[in-house]
Design a protein around this ligand. Structure first.
Ligand SMILES: Cc1ncc(COP(=O)(O)O)c(C=O)c1O
Length: 276
């Protein structure tokens, strides 16, 4: 395991249910248990996703959810939650989220202020009953993209049949990604890159993993991935317009001028331009 290679004493592994696709929790849990590691699931992009017939966030020791506004379950400001079935861990997390207090005004351990404020909680409570319908709409949009882009020559998402994907992002891969992105922008189609800089190349963390690279698959993914507009309010007409622009731009990937493609600006995807 990586921990052994770098000579650390690892405490936990953090599987990320990236883009809303469930990670293989059977494999991860059995490997982690074999090595005496805790498991912290990153469910920030996967509210409502399942592995097998169990929701993600119910496998590990702890699960972290983000309620950043663009998430599948989003508040109007920042927010998040930690889920666990372990009462001792729950007690520890409660202490950490409020200054390390076990009793008021007395910090027993170093902590932070990470309370979920009541307004965000009320908004999330109102939105929670719509989560499954919103996720279903995301899957319908994904199926439309799958069908409309089947002959585009682009690499489309290939979900494993291990559970239920909630398509926080619909991420394609393209060799000439940056040219394609620029051409789409000219046509009013907003896209994002999740994520352009891998962790081992982040200036803040590169020094911690001096011998980590090259991670060729990771680095190639960072060069090729492109997230298309994806949110439940996207209309069928918007999806068709995005797909038409993409089919056209992919066929002319070395040209970047929208005029060259003879298409009108379609103007979708901008409202999620701050998606994380
Ligand atoms: C996969 C993943 N993990 C962690 C985070 C961090 O969540 P937050 O910004 O709420 O701290 C995000 C979102 O920003 C995310 O997408």
């Amino acid at each position: 395991m990586a921990a052994k290679m770098f000579g650390w004493k690892a405490m936990a592994v953090v599987p990320v249910h990236l883009y809303g696709h469930p990670a293989d929790m059977h494999a991860i849990m059995s490997s982690a248990r074999q090595h005496g590691l805790r498991v912290i699931e990153d469910c920030a992009q996967a509210h409502g996703a399942s592995f097998g017939n169990k929701k993600v966030g119910t496998f590990g020791d702890l699960a972290a959810f983000s309620f950043y506004p663009t998430k599948n379950l989003g508040a109007l400001g920042d927010g998040g939650a930690i889920a666990t079935n372990d009462p001792a861990l729950a007690a520890q997390v409660r202490v950490l989220r409020e200054y390390g207090w076990k009793e008021r005004y007395v910090s027993a351990v170093p902590g932070v202020n990470s309370r979920l404020d009541e307004m965000q909680a009320a908004i999330l409570r109102a939105r929670l009953p719509h989560l499954d319908d919103d996720n279903e709409r995301r899957r319908v949009i994904a199926a439309q993209y799958d069908a409309l882009l089947a002959d585009s020559g682009l690499t489309l998402p290939q979900p494993a049949s291990i559970g239920t994907h909630v398509y926080h992002q619909y991420v394609i891969r393209a060799n000439r990604r940056d040219g394609l992105r620029a051409a789409l922008k000219e046509q009013g189609v907003g896209t994002l890159i999740h994520y352009p800089v891998p962790v081992h190349e982040q200036p803040a963390y590169a020094g911690r993993l001096p011998d980590a690279g090259p991670l060729t698959h990771t680095e190639q993914a960072a060069r090729e991935v492109l997230s298309l507009p994806m949110y439940p309010q996207l209309s069928d007409a918007d999806v068709r317009a995005v797909a038409a622009a993409l089919n056209c731009c992919a066929a002319n990937a070395d040209k970047t001028s929208a005029e060259a493609h003879g298409l009108q600006s379609v103007g979708v995807g901008r409202q999620r331009a701050d998606s994380r």
